[in-house]
Design a protein around this ligand. Structure first.
Ligand code: SAM
Length: 277
């Protein structure tokens, strides 16, 4: 990350490409036990949060990611009551999950409390559901949490993690997906952010293989735009123990997700279909 003449630039590792946002101010900078958290005011994307110099959320485009990380899984499950979010410290996914009234408990297990406290200060809209009595904010390692959870504890697990490096690396491994399998109810649904279809197709393939090896029978990779993430094109991979139901009709307010988007997001372009075969 460099800050050059009012431009914040994230160079996309190994891609010979980058994204730059014109910034008007840097309003927060702290080093937690886990990562560096910075907040910028930008000219046209509202506020920007970075972790270790990488874009996490902006006011302008986070709704696409947070809606696509939550509603496809929640609506694919026949009647989700208990939801687990791993990571998700900015609380945007939690807010989307709690729009669904049939959810009675949403546990968010975020490693770094600093991320949530910073988000509460600078992204109050993303944190507007943090005081919902159904929400439990837990600050711990998600891998440990799932390993220690009783079998069939959750109907939906959402893995809203950073990239597969450092403490997040284990969240992309077969062992963790296996622990998620055991922690899910029989009709449970898992969804994981699975990086860029253009830059990380091999990683998506390995995520799907690891989910299969963890005994998940049916997988669906959903594609969606996310202009501030590497390549501007992102994915989430959904997994089910049996088959993937037709989603229930969306009855909550959304700005990107819809029943049509749910269908179209699963249509993979030939290059990716070939790669993921
Ligand atoms: N939307 C972002 C993305 O796609 O890169 C992710 C948002 S969220 C801020 C990612 C969170 O995952 C971070 O706050 C980080 O602290 C958390 N995290 C990383 N490894 C974790 C682990 N093992 N257990 C729980 N949270 C973890």
């Amino acid at each position: 990350m460099t800050l050059d003449k009012n431009w914040y630039t994230e160079k996309w590792q190994g891609q010979g490409a980058a994204i730059s946002l014109r910034v008007t101010d840097k309003i927060h900078d702290e080093q937690t036990d886990y990562q560096r958290i910075e907040i910028y005011e930008t000219e046209s994307f509202g506020r920007l949060m970075t972790l270790d110099g990488l874009v996490m959320v902006t006011d302008r485009d986070n709704f696409i990611y947070h809606e696509m990380m939550t509603h496809p899984a929640i609506l694919t499950h026949p009647s989700p009551k208990k939801v687990l979010i791993i990571g998700g410290g900015d609380c945007g996914a939690l807010k989307e999950v709690l729009k669904h009234k049939n959810v009675v408990q949403a546990d968010q297990v975020e490693l770094d409390e600093g991320v949530t406290r910073t988000s509460e200060k600078y992204f109050p809209d993303l944190c507007s559901s943090n005081k919902d009595p159904r929400a439990r904010l837990i600050f711990d390692d998600g891998i440990k949490w799932v390993q220690q959870s009783k079998a069939s504890s959750y109907d939906v697990i959402i893995i809203d993690s950073t990239d597969p490096v450092g403490p997040a690396a284990g969240l992309f491994e077969h062992e963790f997906y296996r622990a998620c399998y055991d922690t899910l109810t029989n009709d449970g649904i898992l969804i994981a952010q699975s990086e860029s279809p253009l830059f990380h197709d091999a990683l998506i393939k390995s995520i799907r293989q690891n989910m299969n090896n963890a005994r998940f029978q049916a997988l669906a990779t959903l594609l969606f735009p996310q202009c501030t993430y590497p390549s501007g094109w992102w994915s989430a991979t959904l997994a089910s123990k049996g088959y993937i139901n037709k989603p229930r009709t969306c009855d909550v307010e959304t700005r990107y997700y819809s029943s049509d988007i749910h269908v179209s997001a699963q249509i993979l372009p030939p290059f990716l279909r070939q790669k993921l075969k």
